[in-house]
Design a protein around this ligand. Structure first.
Ligand SMILES: Nc1nc2c(ncn2[C@@H]2O[C@H](COP(=O)(O)OP(=O)(O)OP(=O)(O)O)[C@@H](O)[C@H]2O)c(=O)[nH]1
Ligand SMILES: [Mg+2]
Length: 343
C-alpha cells in the first residue's frame, strides 16, 4: 500500500495533488487539522493533514501507463526539437481540439507518432481518419431507427419539446408519415400549449395525458398515425421522484417503444455524464444532442466518442423549427463543430 500525507490548505488541494501524483484510484484514509512547524505555535496558520492511500497493484499499473505515455511525449519532443515555434503552435491547436480528455489525447499521440506524421497542419480529414482508426465503433456511427412510438426524456430546458416539433416536421414533410403527438407534461399548462401550438401549425393530432392509466386510451385515439412522438416533463437527474413518475407513464406504452435522451451540448461533461447515468433507469435507446450552436469546445464530442456506447440519433443546432436539426452522422457533426469552433 502506498501511503502519502499532504499538508494543504483544504481538501480540494489535497485531492488535486493526490490525483496528480497517485491517480484517480487513491482514497482518503484520514484528515486532521495541524499547525505545521518545528514547535507548537498558536500563531501559525492551521492546515489540513490529509492521508491518502493507493493499492500497490494500481500504483504499479499507473506508473507503467505514465511511463508509456511519457516515452511517447519524449519521442515527440525530441523529434520536434528543431521546430520549436511550429511545435508550440501545433500543441496549442491540439489543446483546443482535444481538450482535457487524457484518453483521447493519448490515442491522438499514438496515432500521430504511429503514422510518422510530419505535418503541423491538423486538418479535418486528418481528424476524421484518426477517428476512423481509433474509434471504429462509436456513438456517431451506429445504425439507428425510429419506432412507431418514440419518447423524448431529459432534463429541464434541454429542448425536448422543440426537438419533437423538428422531428415531427421532418417525418411529416420529408417522409410523408402520419404523425401524432402525446404530451405527458401536463403539470404545466404552458407546456401542453407549447406542443399543441406546434401540432396546430403542422396540422397533426396532439393529445395530453395526465395520468399513466390514461395513456393506452389516448394512444388508441391516434390509431390512424404511424409515427407517434411522446413529450415528457423535464427532470433533473437529482429528482428521483420525477424520474419514477415518468417511468410509470413509459411502462404503459408498448414494449417496442423507443426512448431518446435529450442532452444539451452546452452543459459541461460531468453534468452530462451524471444525466446519462441516472437516466439509464428509463432504459433509453439513443441520445439526441441539442444546442450544438452553443458549444464552446469539443469536450462533449470526445466524451461521447470515448464513453458512450449508445447511438446518437440527431443533433440540434438552434431554436428554429424545423430547420435546426441534422442527422448525427460523424461527417455532419464534425463539419458543424469545425466551422462553429474555428480552430
Ligand atoms: N440554442 C439552442 N436553443 C435551443 C435548441 N433547442 C431548443 N432550444 C431552446 O431551448 C429552450 C427550451 O426548449 P424546450 O423545447 O422548451 O425545452 P424542454 O426540454 O422541452 O423544456 P422543459 O419542457 O421545460 O423541460 C427554448 O428557448 C428553445 O428555443 C438548440 O438546439 N439550440
Ligand atoms: Mg418541454
Amino acid at each position: 500500500m502506498i501511503i502519502k500525507k499532504y499538508i494543504v490548505n483544504d481538501m480540494k488541494e489535497a485531492l488535486v495533488r493526490a490525483k496528480y501524483e497517485l491517480g484517480k484510484d487513491a482514497i482518503i484514509i484520514s484528515q486532521k487539522t495541524v499547525r505545521p512547524g518545528k514547535c507548537y505555535n498558536l500563531f501559525r496558520k492551521r492546515m489540513l493533514e490529509v492521508t491518502i492511500a493507493l493499492e500497490d497493484r494500481i500504483h504499479e499499473k499507473n506508473l507503467k501507463d505514465k511511463e508509456d505515455f511519457n516515452s511517447i511525449l519524449l519521442e515527440r519532443t525530441k523529434r520536434d526539437a528543431f521546430l520549436p515555434e511550429a511545435t508550440k503552435k501545433r500543441n496549442e491547436k491540439i489543446d483546443r481540439i482535444f481538450g482535457s480528455n487524457t484518453k483521447v489525447r493519448e490515442r491522438w499521440e499514438n496515432y500521430f507518432l504511429g503514422n510518422h506524421l510530419e505535418t503541423d497542419e491538423i486538418t479535418l480529414p486528418l481528424i476524421r481518419d484518426f477517428i476512423d482508426r481509433s474509434y471504429m465503433d462509436n456513438a456517431y456511427t451506429k445504425e439507428q431507427k425510429f419506432g412507431k412510438v418514440n419518447v423524448l426524456v431529459g432534463p429541464t430546458g434541454v429542448g425536448k419539446t422543440t426537438t419533437i416539433a423538428k422531428i415531427a416536421s421532418k417525418a411529416l414533410l420529408e417522409d410523408d408519415k402520419k404523425v401524432g403527438l402525446i404530451t405527458i407534461d401536463t403539470y404545466r399548462i404552458a407546456a401542453v400549449e407549447q406542443l399543441k401550438k406546434y401540432a396546430k401549425i403542422l396540422g397533426i393530432k396532439c393529445v395530453a395525458v395526465s395520468e399513466p392509466k390514461e395513456i393506452r386510451r389516448k394512444l388508441a385515439s391516434l390509431k390512424d398515425c404511424d409515427f407517434i412522438l411522446v413529450d415528457t416533463i423535464g427532470a433533473s437527474p437529482k429528482d428521483a421522484d420525477r424520474i419514477e413518475d415518468i417511468k410509470a407513464y413509459l411502462n404503459e406504452l408498448p414494449e417496442d417503444r423507443r426512448t431518446y435522451l435529450a442532452i444539451s451540448m452546452s452543459s459541461d461533461v460531468d453534468t452530462n455524464n451524471r444525466i446519462m447515468k441516472k437516466y439509464k433507469e428509463l432504459s433509453y435507446n439513443a441520445v439526441i444532442l441539442t444546442k450544438f450552436d452553443e458549444v464552446e469546445n469539443y469536450n462533449n464530442f470526445w466524451n461521447m466518442m470515448e464513453n458512450n456506447v449508445l447511438p446518437v440519433q440527431y443533433f440540434c443546432h438552434g431554436q428554429t423549427v424545423p430547420e435546426d436539426i441534422m442527422e448525427s452522422s460523424l461527417d455532419n457533426v464534425l463539419d458543424f463543430l469545425w466551422k462553429e469552433l474555428k480552430v
